[in-house]
Design a protein around this ligand. Structure first.
Ligand SMILES: Cc1cc2nc3c(=O)[nH]c(=O)nc-3n(C[C@H](O)[C@H](O)[C@H](O)COP(=O)(O)OP(=O)(O)OC[C@H]3O[C@@H](n4cnc5c(N)ncnc54)[C@H](O)[C@@H]3O)c2cc1C
Length: 398
């Protein structure tokens, strides 16, 4: 009996680890020449530096993330980020630090408000207080990658219940020490290789043939067609648009982009907050992150910005960075990365459409976009991978 896992993002990798640990034969089919999907790093030639496709943050309360990192021996790959976030309002020049410990009254009030039925969006639930603009709104946009006036309050509430409402340890942010692939992907591939799982790169699934009972019967690749044996299982761990093309009947789900611009600096900025992070209000840039001479600027819920030409995006984000940090001159090099399908657009309407993992007698869906109850995040992706493996194991009676 073989488990065919289609997609080597974090959902596919975590499913593969659990299935292999349970003694199942595992083959992973990945369309790209590398694993990691939307969580990856590479040496960018134009910058001469290692960059991430976008700065990823996880927090202490992300149990699936830490379980996965322990399994792959990769907890050292994370480094603690700032426990308090320096923030700057570009309009007024006002600076402050968003410290969850000091915002405890507002956090407790949020728990109270969100426990009541309070409307479908984050802003409808939490109301537009001064803490909303300075804390809840930037946090909500970063977590949900969706504007707060439409982002599903129920999903945000679930995140808060696992993080901020649990106190400091669960709220502690962590970042990849060197790069996302180095932290989340390469150790997983080493663990899978050691456990005897097969990974086929450059191996896109083109078509999936189902029998009359809805079971997967054939997997059609460019170089071969795999006819599935009676007990074989398939895990579809591809992004939602690809899944919808392979499995007609899955809903069309809208995406929300994230834009990152990476600037190679001629010199470190004269003033920069310790911890390398700065949150911005009042401009286009939302978060600045400095590592190894590269200033990375993140914009979430970036639907409009993602449609602008890269030069214009770079100019706008650089102007905000100059204003925030007092940078002199031009960057030595620039790279703009628009992830147009970074995550789902997390409105309450879309939340209701996210599919459950079961799609056939020998088939399971995995991926951050499935009905995890969480926003599209590493935690959601890893939970979905684990859940898919649990389904497989229940079916195979191991
Ligand atoms: C810019 C950006 C910033 C982010 N920031 C954060 C953050 O701060 N914190 C956080 O927790 N999360 C963050 N995320 C979200 C996180 O990266 C994703 O939730 C997670 O990586 C999704 O993993 P996945 O396995 O579900 O999907 P994917 O990573 O999309 O994996 C799917 C895989 O399937 C492969 N595939 C596609 N088609 C085929 C095919 N036909 N055959 C075979 N393989 C195929 C793809 O190549 C890919 O490798 C961010 C995402 C982006 C893009």
């Amino acid at each position: 009996m073989t488990v065919h896992i289609v997609g080597a993002g974090l959902a596919g990798l975590s499913c593969a680890l659990d299935a292999r640990d349970a003694g199942l034969d595992v083959v992973i089919h990945e369309s790209a020449g590398h694993a990691g999907g939307r969580c990856r790093s590479w040496i960018e030639p134009s910058l001469g530096r290692l960059i991430d496709n976008g700065t990823h943050m996880v927090v202490g309360g992300n149990q699936a993330v830490f379980r996965y990192l322990r399994r792959i021996g990769g907890t050292d790959g994370l480094v603690a980020g700032p426990a308090a976030f320096p923030m700057l309002d570009l309009d007024s020049g006002r600076e402050w630090t968003a410290t969850p410990a000091r915002l405890l009254p507002s956090i407790l009030a949020s728990a109270w408000r969100m426990r009541r039925a309070c409307g479908s969006s984050i802003s409808a639930c939490l109301g537009r207080s001064s803490n909303f603009r300075r804390f809840w709104d930037p946090l909500g946009v970063a977590v949900m990658n969706t504007p707060s006036d439409v982002a599903a309050a129920g999903v945000f509430r679930r995140v808060l219940a696992r993080t901020l409402w649990r106190g400091q340890a669960a709220s502690q942010p962590f970042l990849a020490r060197n790069g996302l692939s180095e932290t989340f992907v390469q150790p997983a591939l080493a663990a899978l290789a050691a456990a005897g799982a097969q990974l086929r790169l450059h191996h896109p699934l083109r078509r999936l043939v189902r029998d009359a009972g809805g079971a997967a019967a054939e997997l059609v690749f460019d170089d071969r067609t795999i006819r599935l044996a009676a007990k074989d299982q398939v895990v579809i761990a591809v992004p939602w648009a690809v899944a919808a093309s392979l499995l007609p009947g899955l809903p069309e789900l809208p995406a929300s982009p994230i834009v990152n611009a990476h600037f190679r600096l001629a010199a470190d900025p004269a003033r920069y907050p310790s911890g390398g992070f700065l949150g911005l209000l009042g401009g286009t840039a939302q978060w600045l992150f400095l590592r190894d001479g590269i200033l990375s600027v993140t914009v979430s819920a970036a639907a409009a910005l993602a449609e602008r030409p890269a030069d214009e995006v770079a100019a706008r984000l650089w102007a905000d960075a100059v204003k925030a940090l007092g940078l002199q001159g031009d960057p030595l090099a620039t790279r703009v990365i628009k992830e147009k399908r970074a995550t789902l657009f997390h409105s309450a309407e879309v939340e209701a459409l996210r599919p459950a993992p079961e799609v056939g007698p020998n088939m399971v869906l995995a991926g951050d976009w499935t009905a995890t109850g969480l926003p599209c995040t590493l935690e959601g992706a890893l939970q979905s991978g684990r859940r898919a493996a649990e389904r497989l194991l229940a079916r195979t009676n191991l």
